[in-house]
Design a protein around this ligand. Structure first.
Ligand code: M6R
Length: 363
């Protein structure tokens, strides 16, 4: 039901605080500074020493965030692969590898084929799927549902957010089995609990981002840059824009600009910079200075307590301040609004973009 919203994509952006509440519901266990994920009991005494995430598109971007979570919080070496590429490589799967098949629809043919191949090679599968009872969920035999609710828009929005939240919960689970302190566990649980409220505050930026979009409606290209956890957010922002507005866009690690793509920067090139993580902000600021010097038009997404970019950027989008592991989840919301408003301004069919279908059941 669309209610008063003109499009499903917009409704689903606004659904996110509730979707996150649903993902967390009954799963946080402060008494043990960990999470309780029913699907994991099926894993029994299996303790992965490696994780491989198989996914496509937006789900693959979420997987890149998951890699950092698993390595940072649980010290488990993690690889993220396009399912379509994994399948045709003679991939090495060690017996203690957990393969996470991640898919909103649970029907993506490439991810399903990758999952089947990894099972043949002896991996232990775990599904991170939104659609209950879908093929990937069934064939994994165990998993964690994303609980994003039905997503009608072809552009993944709330399912991406819930993938990040679920990956963070999973890394807290593994982290607590491998030396994460009670204190860090509790800090992360608190941060997760606050997330829906912070997300509601982030949604208040809608009209501001609408106004910014008007200035860029005629752009032919966009670059999105970020570092660390915000590199995948840049990839996702670029994908969302391409998908719904048909504007060409590319996502890059901010520091890679100087290795070639900086040649693209002219006063016609808009650059979206995501810079909410405090530990790396100064480095991003120096990357932004390089862009400024070449005349690029800069939109920066930062935490509201930070003013480092005020003089460097054409537009500053200030989001609520949060832990460095959580702020990239919030930073996704402005990129969703930007893609949405640019698409609507350009007369595109945001819910049914050309050439795309909600689930991709061909390989
Ligand atoms: O259902 P899945 O998560 O497996 O779908 C994977 C991709 O096809 C999907 O994320 C696609 O990239 C989205 N339309 C992006 O918004």
């Amino acid at each position: 039901d669309l209610g008063d919203y003109p499009h499903y994509m917009l409704k689903e952006i606004y659904d996110q605080p509730q979707a996150v509440r649903n993902a967390l519901g009954g799963r946080l266990l402060p008494s043990e500074a960990t999470v309780r994920l029913a699907g994991l009991t099926e894993l029994g005494g299996f303790h992965p020493s490696r994780i491989k995430i198989l996914a496509c598109g937006t789900s693959w971007h979420a997987g890149l965030v998951g890699k950092t979570y698993f390595e940072e919080l649980a010290r488990i070496p993690t690889e993220v692969e396009y399912a379509s590429e994994f399948r045709y490589r003679n991939a090495v799967i060690e017996p203690d590898t957990l393969v996470i098949a991640m898919s909103q629809s649970g029907e993506t043919a490439d991810t399903l084929a990758g999952l089947r191949e990894s099972k043949r090679r002896g991996a232990t599968p775990l599904g991170l799927v939104n659609v209950v009872g879908s093929t990937i969920a069934r064939e994994c035999g165990r998993g964690i549902y994303l609980r994003a609710g039905v997503e009608f828009g072809v552009a993944a929005t709330k399912s991406f957010t819930n993938q990040l939240v679920t990956l963070l919960m999973l890394s807290i689970h593994f982290g607590r089995q491998r030396g994460m302190s009670i204190r860090q566990g509790l800090e992360l649980l608190n941060a997760l609990e606050e997330l829906p409220t912070l997300m509601e505050r982030t949604l208040e930026l809608d009209s501001k981002i609408h106004a910014i979009s008007e200035e860029f409606a005629d752009a032919d290209n966009f670059l999105y840059i970020g570092r660390a956890l915000e590199y995948p957010i840049a990839l996702e922002g670029a994908l969302k824009l391409k998908e719904v507005s048909y504007i060409h866009a590319e996502g890059l690690p901010a520091a890679e600009l100087k290795h070639g793509p900086i040649a693209l920067i002219t006063p016609e090139m808009p650059i979206v910079v995501t810079a909410t993580q405090s530990f790396i902000r100064e480095k991003v600021a120096s990357n932004v200075q390089e862009i400024r010097a070449r005349g690029g038009r800069i939109i920066v997404i930062v935490s509201e307590e930070n003013h480092e970019f005020d003089r460097l950027a054409d537009h500053v989008i200030a989001i609520p301040t949060a832990d460095d592991l959580i702020s990239p989840i919030l930073a996704t919301v402005p990129t969703q609004f930007l893609a949405y408003h640019l698409a609507v301004l350009r007369g595109c069919d945001v819910d049914q973009p050309r050439n795309l279908a909600k689930s991709v059941t061909v390989e």
